[in-house]
Design a protein around this ligand. Sequence first.
Ligand code: SIN
Length: 296
Amino acid sequence: MSIEIAYNDAPLGHEIRGVDLSEDMDDATFAEIEATYDRYGTIVLRDQRLTPDRQLAFSRRFGPLDRYVLERYNHKKWPEIFVISNIIGDDGEPIGMSDAGRYWHTDMWLTHNPPRGSILYALEIPQENGEPLGDTYFASTGAAYDALPNTLKVRLDTTKAAFSKRQYAEFRARTNKEIDRPSGQASQQALKDLGDEDIIHDIVRVHPRTGRKCLYLCEGVVSHLIGWDKAESDSMIAFLERHVTDPQFVYRHRWRVGDLVMWDNCACLHKATGDFELPLRRHMHRTTLSSARPSA
Ligand code: SIN
């Protein structure tokens, strides 16, 4: 079977049509989906009807899965499913992470070997006046790198960046609406427990499967470029944060129930808008694809 791709105007976020993930898929179709995912960094499959087992089975075709580091948010029965949800459980706390990813980021930059990518499936989507809320933005880090002047590319190609957990905790404390809830406090504590040493990554990552060069950074997290003068480093970080999220590199996903969106942690950044509150409910299941290789 040859898959059909509906392209949008952005460099990523194209929709694969005509595939039903609740049914077994032949190897050729899977290979086309994987090639499309590798090529664009974010893909969308709409109108799916997936049980947790089917989502896990599809996810495992890409290789081993990671469990999300904050165990509290993993599904009790299927712990490789990270629950993103604002629904309140019996203990009075959200049954999943209610404030996930509300800044431009790539998942698990806190580790030396970040996962390959994630697969997010929508079970409940908030709506207001018939319009969905809780959109997610995706920015192509490969297209953003390609658009840089050559002299800057050459310089950045050999630059390492310090990703600061301390700066991230301060950023969360300043910007996160859920920070005062017990679950928000628990996330802050879990972050502290991971230690406060900087994580060093290349600011330009070479995609381990496609060889494409991609900018690698997160909003409010990169404290300095190693070996750069402080003023120059500060202004370059500010420039790169603006540049990579320039509208020409961005796809905005407006969720519908049954959507499955896959993103690649090297080829894009993403950001959840979080523009809704209870009683509007948002409930999602995320699986995380392991990476075989360190980033730096
Ligand atoms: C995430 O960053 O994994 C969450 C994205 C979303 O909830 O839209």
